[in-house]
Each structure stands twice: as structure tokens, then as C-alpha cells.
Unconditional design. Sequence first.
Length: 82
Amino acid sequence: MVRDGSPEAVCIEGAEINLGQFLKLSQAVNSGGEGKSLIQQGAVRVNGEVETRRGRALKFGDVVRLAGRGAYVVKGPEQGIL
């Protein structure tokens, strides 16, 4: 997470990405299995709501928070990284 407390920007290709893939892309988890476990435990929030679906589609601007691991915002290549 960025030092000022704002979410770290993670750039994706395409218009959306599923939550499991995003967790790996952001390097918040080391494996898909680890991501699946965190999601099932209710340790992942999307836009402030607990998310238990690994296949949840994320779009630009969505904010993903992992308990004790930081926060990430979905960005597209044309939006640039903050």
C-alpha cells in the first residue's frame, strides 16, 4: 500500500479482470490457492463489501482490500499509474 494510506494502483489489460487473477497480478498473494483461501475466509473486500466469489469481475476504479495486506485500485493502461 502507498505510504499515505491510499490504495496502490494496479494496471490491468482489458476492461475487467476476475478477483482471483487480480490478487495474483497485484502480488498481494503468492498463489491462486492462497487467494482462494483468503476470499473464502472473508478477508477480501471489494468497494467496502466482503467478497467471497473468486470470479467476481473487477472494473476500473474498484478498490480491493485484503486484511493486513493492503489496498489496491484497478486501473487501465490509459488511466496511468498514480
